[in-house]
Write a protein that binds this ligand. Structure first.
Ligand code: FAD
Length: 384
């Protein structure tokens, strides 16, 4: 399928595929096994200016948008869905600053992110507040020209490794969802601590960590937007970031399709390559349809966002839900095509299935995405 990429977009895609092929793929299994954070790959990405693709040139970036971010994420995820998340998690952490930061905040925080000198993270989830984000308990209490943060965030991607955290905390408990605000908190601020690093099913080389705030004082200049806008910041951030999760799913699924096609050509049973059996051919064809349909949805949603479309919540949720569901199915089918070998860790496809599952869960589970899609459908229909 020709997506009519510009010269710059083609260059970004090809460069990231080359990095995935030559640098990430050879070490992916080792990082998956150890669960270590792949700092050596982060360095490679930084040297290639990849962290700046979606940051405006005025802040040392390349001036791309959500589309370029999706291209990068897709290709890096083809190499390893976990390692790719050092990039994806940084994008998630940077979006609130990009979308809601004032000029000073952008000048301060975006250039080191664009240069890959500092990773970012976004922290909203807590032990008792996942899908129901309005249930967060972390507080930010105003104390003259500072806010004092207390609470614990859970399962934060890039937690402990990132230098810049955008955090949603309650500035006014009594106001419920209208009482939350967004802050930038830098690693090294006294009282900011990191708890347990999670031992996960998949995306094992990504850091998923508790982020703990104990009397963390941040200057009032670190407030993003205005007091009370925390959930607006979070919702807009997710609307912009979800095509990134969808792109991660496309990259993982494409890799599964590539591996399965190659294997089917080589593996012989009954005196013939299994690729000559119609049962296998149909499975490969269905996988290809699912991957391409996912990619088309991701690119369409990303382009809508970059074009400044008004309500992007529905296309963003559709791309994430479809691509992640497709990814889990495609990676499962890849294992089926590999037969018993697919079940073994010596072969790459069992990792792809493990890595795929998270795309249905994070940045809003697919059940929550279906709620968003249905709510928008009903609203649109009532206006018609
Ligand atoms: C590896 C990993 C990385 C993550 N990274 C980050 C991060 O960087 N920053 C961050 O803030 N968070 C992060 N998260 C948190 C993630 O976004 C949440 O896990 C996710 O939003 C779901 O919340 P939950 O796990 O608490 O599930 P719950 O909200 O407890 O949901 C449990 C189940 O109930 C379903 N459910 C809940 N409500 C409804 C409903 N109204 N209708 C139908 N079904 C419903 C859910 O879909 C799910 O199937 C991460 C999580 C993981 C596992």
């Amino acid at each position: 399928m020709d997506y009519l990429l510009t010269e710059d977009q083609t260059m970004i895609r090809d460069l990231c595929h080359q990095i995935a092929e030559e640098r990430i793929k050879p070490v992916a299994a080792q990082y998956d096994e150890s669960g270590e954070f792949a700092w050596d790959i982060v360095k490679v990405l930084a040297e290639a200016d990849i962290f700046g693709v979606s940051i405006p040139e005025a802040y040392s970036g390349m001036g791309g948008g959500v589309f370029e971010m999706a291209l990068v994420t897709e290709q890096l995820s083809w190499g390893c869905g976990g390692i790719a998340l050092s990039f994806g998690g940084t994008g998630l952490g940077a979006f609130p600053i990009l979308l809601f930061g004032n000029e000073e905040q952008k000048q301060q925080y975006l250039p080191p992110i664009a240069r890959g000198e500092k990773l970012a993270a976004f922290a909203i989830t807590e032990a008792d507040a996942g899908s129901d984000a309005a249930g967060i308990r972390t507080t930010a209490t105003k104390d003259r020209d500072h806010y004092v943060l207390n609470g614990t965030k859970q399962w934060i991607t890039n937690g402990g490794e990132a230098e810049i955290y955008t955090v949603i905390a309650l500035t006014d408990r009594a106001k419920g969802p209208r009482g939350a605000s967004a802050f930038v908190v830098e690693k090294g601020t006294p009282g900011l601590k990191f708890g347990k690093k999670e031992n996960k099913l998949g995306i094992r080389s990504s850091a998923t960590c508790e982020v703990i705030f104990e009397e963390v004082r941040v200057p009032k200049e670190n407030l993003l937007a205005r007091e009370g806008m925390g959930f607006v910041v979070a919702l807009k951030t997710f609307d912009h970031a979800r095509p990134g999760v969808a792109a991660q799913a496309v990259g993982i699924a494409q890799r599964a399709l590539d591996e399965a096609t190659q294997y089917a050509r080589q593996r012989k049973q009954f005196g013939h390559p299994i690729s000559s059996f119609q049962g296998i051919q149909f499975m490969l064809a269905d996988m290809a349809i699912a991957v391409e349909a996912s990619r088309a949805l991701v690119y369409a949603a990303a382009r809508m966002i970059d074009a400044g479309a008004k309500n992007v919540a529905k296309p963003s949720a559709i791309s994430k839900t479809f691509a992640s569901d497709a990814c889990v199915k495609v990676t499962l089918d890849a294992i089926q095509i590999f037969g018993g070998y697919g079940y073994m860790k010596e072969y790459p496809v069992e990792k792809l299935l493990r890595d795929s599952k998270i795309t249905q869960i994070y940045e809003g589970s697919n059940e929550i995405q279906r709620n968003v899609i249905a709510a928008n459908l009903i609203k649109e229909s009532s206006r018609a």
